[in-house]
Design a protein around this ligand. Structure first.
Ligand SMILES: Nc1ncnc2c1ncn2[C@@H]1O[C@H](COP(=O)(O)OP(=O)(O)OP(=O)(O)O)[C@@H](O)[C@H]1O
Length: 259
């Protein structure tokens, strides 16, 4: 029996900023079609790890593969080609206020694939419907929307080009628990419909429990535990258990300067 190649495979990835080592032997497998959620303390390097996959940051060393192909040092058209298979929902949605909502949603289709404005607008309206927003929102500026609506527009944009891989960076941050749950449901639904592989980073344990097939815990630059969502509460790893239950006491020491 041959082992299936993971959709994303990271091996021994290192990334430092000056003397600060952020990723220090980071290894992670994301199986095809799975939703892997990376958890870990603030500043532990979760965003840096996905920026390295996307090539927004260049890893100092190590291997990053998508479908068995090395992507760590891709540039130019090869990188663009890789990115065309990827969707991304950034923290805070990161919409362009200078463009109407519909153009934000279809941005990659217009700028990346050269789709003309008319079909791009229709596609955007279809995507907005998928995330529960009506046509009336299409011509508004993102600044006119609530935070929850902006996240939905960000999700519509992330799925517009039917990506094989989607990254979600803190998809529920700043939302009330009900809107957060709506976004989690939409993520599960859209990902299931697309059959996409996803990597999410979040502090929100409700989100983890809803969207993760697998959870990976990042601590001191590396993944110290990876396992199925159902194993989270009884995994026997004191670092994971402290984090999951939000306890101040335990092996993880927060670096808080006391007066
Ligand atoms: N471009 C950069 N230049 C210098 N340092 C950076 C850069 N990007 C990230 N860092 C540093 O790397 C560390 C990890 O940052 P990262 O944003 O990955 O953390 P995180 O785990 O996603 O945190 P949070 O949960 O708070 O968003 C931080 O100390 C941050 O200051």
């Amino acid at each position: 029996m041959t082992e299936e190649i993971p959709k994303i495979r990271m091996r021994d990835v290192h990334k430092a900023f000056g003397k600060k080592k952020v990723l220090n032997g980071f290894s992670l497998d994301v199986p095809k079609g799975d939703s892997v959620v990376i958890i870990g303390g603030s500043g532990s390097g979760k965003s840096v790890s996905i920026k390295c996959i996307l090539g927004l940051l260049e890893a100092d060393s190590g291997s990053i593969q998508i479908d068995g192909q090395e992507v760590a040092h891709l540039h130019g058209s090869k990188r663009q080609k890789m990115l065309s298979r990827v969707g991304m929902l950034f923290q805070g949605a990161a919409l362009f206020d200078s463009l109407p909502v519909w153009h934000n949603v279809s941005f990659a289709l217009i700028e990346g694939q050269g789709m003309s404005r008319r079909p791009a607008r229709l596609k955007a309206i279809e995507m907005l419907e998928r995330v529960g927003l009506g046509e009336d929102v299409a011509d508004l500026s993102p600044a006119e929307l609530s935070g929850g609506m902006q996240k939905r527009v960000g999700l519509a944009r992330a799925i517009a080009n039917q990506p094989e891989i989607i990254f979600f960076d803190e998809p529920t941050t700043g939302l009330d628990p009900i809107m957060a749950d709506v976004i989690n449901d939409l993520i599960v639904e859209c990902v299931r419909d697309l059959g996409a592989t996803t990597v999410t980073i979040t502090h929100d344990m409700a989100s983890v429990r809803k969207i993760a097939d697998q959870v990976a815990m990042l601590y001191k630059g590396g993944i110290i535990w990876q396992g199925p969502r159902d194993a989270l509460d009884h995994c026997g790893n004191p670092y994971v258990e402290q984090f999951v239950h939000g306890r101040a006491q335990g092996p993880i020491r927060m670096e808080v300067k006391r007066r």
